[in-house]
Each structure stands twice: as structure tokens, then as C-alpha cells.
Design a protein. Structure first.
Length: 216
């Protein structure tokens, strides 16, 4: 069995969605002065590699506090969205070749290659996103979640977030800011993105991983 880490590290000054308060990890106690180490965490529920729950945009959408853990675990599928479609829009044409697999998987993960820009200004602009037609197509499958190695499922200039709202209204978990998806291309794996159990939580940072093989 091999566990592939698909998460960015949480740290002070890390990239956050424009307009979001910066993450701050403060040393609250130290071995030298207090006899133990402790860090005070101050950041949004949508910081780093994280999930969006329905409650993020849908009034009666599911939340991290009441959702079953099973909702965040299942069979994964990586879809290569780099070539020959390396552009801002992920359309149905990139998805239909995977139609048979889409009916057999729980989580679809878009490998756009955008994680290579993590920590630069380029990460926040021009990233590929699914168009509404592609989102509607995906909502027709029994998916638990959809992930991307970019910062959002809607373009940076969006104000009404149509793709977020469409997918979340169908009970689909959205996972953003993934990384190392190239390690799972053309590979059978299980995916998990367990959130913190936050009361009425609209999202949560996660330690997303892909699990390849078994213990047997």
C-alpha cells in the first residue's frame, strides 16, 4: 500500500483566496518556557487544501459537523486537463472519454498542473475551471466529490459562482488546492479528504491523500 499526499502545508503567509484573511500560526507555548509546544491556528475554513460543503453557498446544504465521514472517502479518478486542452475552460469534450469510469468512481480530480504555480501570483489568475455545461454533466453521475489542483471552481472574476452553486446543490463535495495529482494519473486509488468536525461548518482544511494498493 502507498499513500500519496495531495495536500499543501499549512503555514503563516501561505497563499489564500484573494480577499481572505491571511493564515497565521502563532507559537502559543514552547518547551523552553512552558514545558510543552502549542500552536494557535488562525485562518479561514477555506484555507490551503480544503473542502467546500453545501453550506458554503446553499442555505440548507450539508455541513462538516453533521455529514457522515463516509462522504469524504471513496474511489478516485484523475482526469488530465493539461493537454491538449491547456486553457481556462474544462469542457465536456475533456470528460466524455472518461464516461464509463465516471459511472464507477466517487471522486473526480482535475489535474490542471496549476499547483506548480503555488506561492506565486500566477496561481490566482488564468487557472482552468469547468464550465457550467461540464458541471451539469458531472452532476448527473453519483459522485461524492470533485477536486482540482487550482484555487477555485469558478474564474477569479466570478461574482455569482455558478459552478460552485450547481455542484454543491447536488450534494457534491468540492476539494480545492490539491497537489501532486500527477502521481495518480492512470492509477487505481482510493481518495480521502476528511474535514474537521466543525459545527455548521461550510468547509474545512483537509489532509487529502490518495491510497494505492492494499495491505495484502
Amino acid at each position: 500500500m502507498k499513500v500519496i499526499d495531495l495536500s499543501h502545508i499549512l503555514e503563516t503567509g501561505m497563499p489564500v483566496y484573494p480577499g481572505t484573511e491571511q493564515a497565521s500560526l502563532i507559537k502559543a507555548a514552547s518547551l523552553d518556557s512552558d514545558g510543552f509546544n502549542e500552536i494557535l491556528l488562525q485562518f479561514s475554513s477555506h484555507t490551503g487544501t480544503h473542502i467546500d460543503c453545501g453550506r458554503h453557498f446553499i442555505r440548507d446544504g450539508f455541513d462538516t459537523g453533521s455529514a457522515s465521514p463516509e462522504r469524504f472517502y471513496g474511489k478516485g479518478l484523475v482526469i488530465d486537463c493539461q493537454k491538449p486542452y491547456h486553457q481556462q475552460v474544462i469542457g465536456i469534450a475533456q470528460l466524455t472519454p472518461y464516461e464509463r469510469h465516471l459511472g464507477e468512481t466517487d471522486f473526480v480530480l482535475f489535474h490542471t498542473g496549476w499547483s506548480r504555480y503555488w506561492g506565486t501570483e500566477d496561481y490566482f489568475r488564468g487557472f482552468p475551471v469547468p464550465d457550467p455545461e461540464a458541471a451539469r454533466y458531472l452532476s448527473g453521475f453519483q459522485l461524492k466529490g470533485i477536486g482540482t489542483d487550482a484555487i477555485s471552481f469558478d474564474p477569479p472574476e466570478s461574482h455569482d459562482f455558478p459552478v460552485h452553486k450547481l455542484l454543491l446543490s447536488h450534494g457534491i463535495v468540492l476539494i480545492e488546492n490539491l497537489t501532486q495529482l500527477e502521481d495518480l494519473q492512470d492509477t487505481e486509488f482510493m481518495f480521502c479528504c476528511f474535514p474537521l468536525k466543525i459545527k455548521d461548518g461550510d468547509g474545512s482544511p483537509v489532509r487529502a491523500v490518495g491510497i494505492v494498493g492494499s495491505r495484502e
